[in-house]
Design a protein around this ligand. Structure first.
Ligand SMILES: *Cc1c(COP(=O)(O)O)cnc(C)c1O
Length: 232
């Protein structure tokens, strides 16, 4: 991977994000880009940081531990977007500034335990499975409020919002109803005024559909392919 290609692709993605934000009267500054470096080497991740990436998104714990070690000292936020496992909670808490993909109280309790040990408050999002696909993680829409309420009682976890990954469509417009549903679910949970729950972030939108997600309120988009090309 050549550094100039990453620079070029990043600038195109940022431009498209800006245009999508302006189309719907949002400030481009309100949308953050998570550069998804899963399966990419530490060298490629370093190039992305040198090209101006500020947040790296990772799916696999072992892989991110290696990258984290290799890139120590470089300024970046680390976001976990894979499926969190309880037996990896220790590493998740050690490495990640935000975990996008919490979908059970059991995982949240384990993260809370390690966050407490490390003297950290762990920021998380709750992942919602809106498509009802059994292959995707996430809690169903109707169980989300209860889960948020239960997790909100954990003293070293802070819920910042919601994340979703809609079914894959060739046409991005077909993902729009899922993004609308996530925004409405966020508003529904906000109305419950659960103490210590902030519900400010909406993590939605990937290479194929991020502009539509921004139009529907995304505050975090997670993009890999548009920056690095297709993964091996
Ligand atoms: C891989 C991945 C992405 C990035 O997808 P691209 O289509 O490559 O932009 C975003 N979110 C999650 C949860 C992922 O696993």
């Amino acid at each position: 991977m050549r550094p100039d290609i990453i620079v070029h692709n990043l600038s195109i993605v940022r431009q498209r994000m800006r245009e999508a934000a302006l189309r719907c009267d949002r400030s481009p500054d309100d949308i953050q880009l998570v550069v998804v470096t899963k399966t990419q080497s530490a060298d490629v991740a370093r190039m992305a940081l040198q090209a101006g990436a500020t947040i790296l998104g990772e799916n696999y714990v072992q892989e991110s531990r290696e990258k984290f070690e290799a890139l120590v000292g470089l300024q970046t936020q680390w976001h976990f977007i894979g499926h969190p496992q309880r037996n990896k909670a220790k590493y998740l808490v050690r490495i990640f500034d935000l975990i996008h993909s919490v979908d059970s109280e059991r995982v949240a309790m384990e993260l809370d335990k390690h966050a407490q040990k490390n003297g950290k408050v762990q920021n998380i999002l709750v992942q919602i499975n809106l498509g009802g696909e059994s292959t995707k993680s996430g809690i169903s829409e109707d169980r989300a409020l209860t889960l948020v309420q239960n997790i909100s009682n954990l003293s070293h976890i802070r819920i910042k919002g919601l994340m979703t990954m809609p079914p894959y469509f060739n046409q991005p417009e077909r993902a729009r109803p899922f993004f609308v549903a996530l925004r409405q679910l966020k508003e529904h949970i906000q109305k419950a005024h659960i103490p210590r729950v902030e519900m400010t972030e909406l993590s939605m939108g990937m290479t194929g559909d991020f502009e539509v997600a921004i139009e529907e309120g995304a505050s975090l988009v997670r993009i890999g392919t548009a920056i690095f090309g297709a993964r091996q």
